[in-house]
Design a protein around this ligand. Structure first.
Ligand SMILES: NC(=O)c1ccc[n+]([C@@H]2O[C@H](COP(=O)([O-])OP(=O)(O)OC[C@H]3O[C@@H](n4cnc5c(N)ncnc54)[C@H](OP(=O)(O)O)[C@@H]3O)[C@@H](O)[C@H]2O)c1
Length: 261
């Protein structure tokens, strides 16, 4: 019952990993604020989080690449819930490509979506979380962060920035009762990974398990993860069962990563 009544803002949470986190924390009794761009998807997500058991859900339409829209998320959550105890920073997808494939506009868009949204949200959340007596900030990044891939240069560059932001912040705000951690997903059956699995089912006439296993070629467990499995880790971090956990990065990738440190 540690999450009961806690007020948590989870961004990019009308689908996929963010939605799974919102459903999990809502089921544990948290009052949950979510955001996304598409109004229909937001409404359906809100209903599903309430169905999961959340006592209250605030759905805010916002583009995380838009500074003004991001600037409204924390104040509107605080106004609706009377405060804030936690923040989960998740976002959407950025362009694939290598250095010579990408224009300045794509770099700027990825910077706004991945890095500046994390900067703006965490900066806005510090004062209300501290005023509530402390709480948690969790950044969702990517397990590929430690393994640069040429076609994922935008993700590598800007998620490295988010990881550095998280680490710096974990020092800066610990004295105000705020713990800052990072959860790094590997392959999960959501978003682009799901689209790839679906395409393989259509194009190759194989079933979803077979397509999932093919996508998960480098995962020793031989499958992609379910969003709920990622949400369990976020819930573990936020429920405060390990209160000395701060400045940590937890990869949830079925063992796919090969780096030792
Ligand atoms: N799935 C994986 O295997 C995996 C692995 C590593 C990292 N990641 C990263 O984790 C994040 C979430 O991935 P996912 O698979 O859960 O994606 P998803 O299923 O496509 O869900 C993304 C969520 O974020 C919202 N969103 C997307 N762009 C947004 C924007 N500009 N402003 C506000 N909300 C936005 C979407 O709603 P709207 O489209 O309506 O805005 C949706 O609710 C992404 O950054 C992805 O790169 C995913």
């Amino acid at each position: 019952m540690r999450m009961a009544g806690r007020r948590v803002l989870i961004t990019g949470a009308s689908a996929g990993l963010g939605l799974a986190c919102a459903q999990r924390l809502g089921r544990a009794g948290a009052r949950v604020a979510i955001c996304g761009r598409n109004a229909g998807r937001l409404a359906a997500a809100r209903a599903s989080i309430i169905a999961a058991g959340a006592p209250e859900v605030l759905a805010q339409q916002a583009d995380l690449a838009d500074a003004a829209a991001v600037g409204r998320l924390v104040p509107e959550t605080v106004a609706a819930f009377g405060g804030l105890d936690g923040l989960v920073v998740n976002s959407g997808h950025i362009a694939y490509g290598g250095l010579e494939d990408l224009e300045d506009a794509e770099w700027q868009a990825a910077c706004d979506l991945l890095l500046m949204s994390a900067v703006r949200l965490s900066r806005a959340a510090i004062a209300p979380i501290a005023a509530a007596g402390g709480g948690d900030i969790v950044f969702l990044t990517s397990a590929t962060l430690q393994q640069a891939s040429p076609h994922l240069i935008l993700s590598s560059v800007f998620r490295s920035g988010v990881a550095a932001l998280a680490k710096s912040l974990s020092h800066e705000v610990a004295g105000r009762g705020i713990r800052v951690n990072t959860v790094a997903p590997g392959y999960f059956d959501t978003g682009r990974v799901r689209a790839r699995i679906d395409a393989m089912v259509d194009e190759q006439g194989i079933d979803r398990d077979q397509a999932g296993q093919a996508v998960a070629g480098g995962v020793p467990m031989g499958r992609v993860g379910a969003a709920a499995e990622l949400a369990e880790v976020v819930a573990f971090v936020m429920e405060g069962l390990a209160p000395f956990l701060n400045g940590a990065s937890i990869a949830v990738d079925g063992g796919a990563g090969r780096t030792i440190f």
